[in-house]
Design a protein around this ligand. Structure first.
Ligand SMILES: [Zn+2]
Length: 257
């Protein structure tokens, strides 16, 4: 295999280079194989947000974008374990941490498979971004497909842990998901952390939708749904009064299987 073959990016899971640096700067940064070794010596490795991006994308936002923040059309996904507080009062900390790690692993697997990044992990919850730094033309579809996958993967894994959460008759914990698409500000907004995140009204709406999703549900905003009509077959409709929104918000409801 030639060097050119090694560094040429492909749509999915390319052999060698950081997809974020390629999409944002057209700079090939090797993150796998022997070409990555000299970079590793300088602390440039694969990001924990997504193994197809590197720690330059993750921690050097200003260097990459030459700005404090940028406005990006993106899809934001929030997921969390429903009823986690009640669960934490019932079961021991070791079992609880196993449930959290199963949840985080399966979610990451689904999100990475659709080119999203796990931007924040908050114990029993997470926030993912689609369309930055890996550019994805169909990011709304990618996020909805990732949500369907993560519901399926989490359900199978959490059902297997049912004995931990209350015996065979006990109810396995479920996951709620909220998704919204719109302009977000992406940049470094914290003075003590140098990795990027997304902020703005679109992020808040995705978080609010997630907070209203029951176990197994995916709440999709009208803006996201309008971009993915082919994924809305059989989706329910719900009108939600949300904190911070004057008018009730119409959402589509997908039930993960
Ligand atoms: Zn990178």
């Amino acid at each position: 295999m030639t060097t050119a073959n090694l560094i040429r990016p492909t749509r999915h899971g390319n052999a060698g280079i950081c997809r974020g640096c390629w999409d944002q700067m057209h700079v090939p940064i090797p993150i796998r194989g022997v070409l990555a070794l000299p970079f590793r010596a300088f602390g440039i490795t694969r990001s924990k947000m997504n193994p197809n991006i590197c720690t330059i994308c993750e921690r050097s936002f200003r260097t990459v974008k030459k700005q404090r923040h940028v406005t990006v059309d993106a899809t934001i996904l929030f997921a969390d374990i429903r009823g986690f507080t009640a669960l934490s009062e019932r079961i021991d900390p070791v079992s609880l941490s196993e449930i959290v790690s199963v949840f985080q692993d399966r979610c990451a697997q689904a999100i990475w498979a659709h080119d999203g990044i796990v931007n924040k992990q908050m114990g029993d919850g997470l926030m993912a971004i689609f369309n930055f730094p890996i550019v994805s033309k169909d990011h709304a579809a990618a996020a909805v497909e990732a949500a369907l996958d993560l519901q399926r993967l989490c359900k199978a894994a959490l059902d297997d842990l049912r004995s931990m959460t209350g015996g065979p008759q006990g109810q396995a914990p479920g996951v709620g998901v909220g998704i919204h698409t719109g302009d977000v500000e992406i940049g470094e907004f914290s003075s003590f952390r140098s990795d990027f995140t997304a902020i703005g009204g679109a992020v808040n709406l995705a978080a609010r939708l997630e907070s209203r999703a029951a176990a197994g549900e995916i709440l999709v905003s009208a803006e996201t749904a309008a971009r993915v009509p082919h994924l809305m077959d059989g989706a329910g409709e719900r009108l939600l009064a949300l904190k911070g929104f004057e008018q009730p918000v119409q959402v589509r409801v997908l039930a993960g299987t």
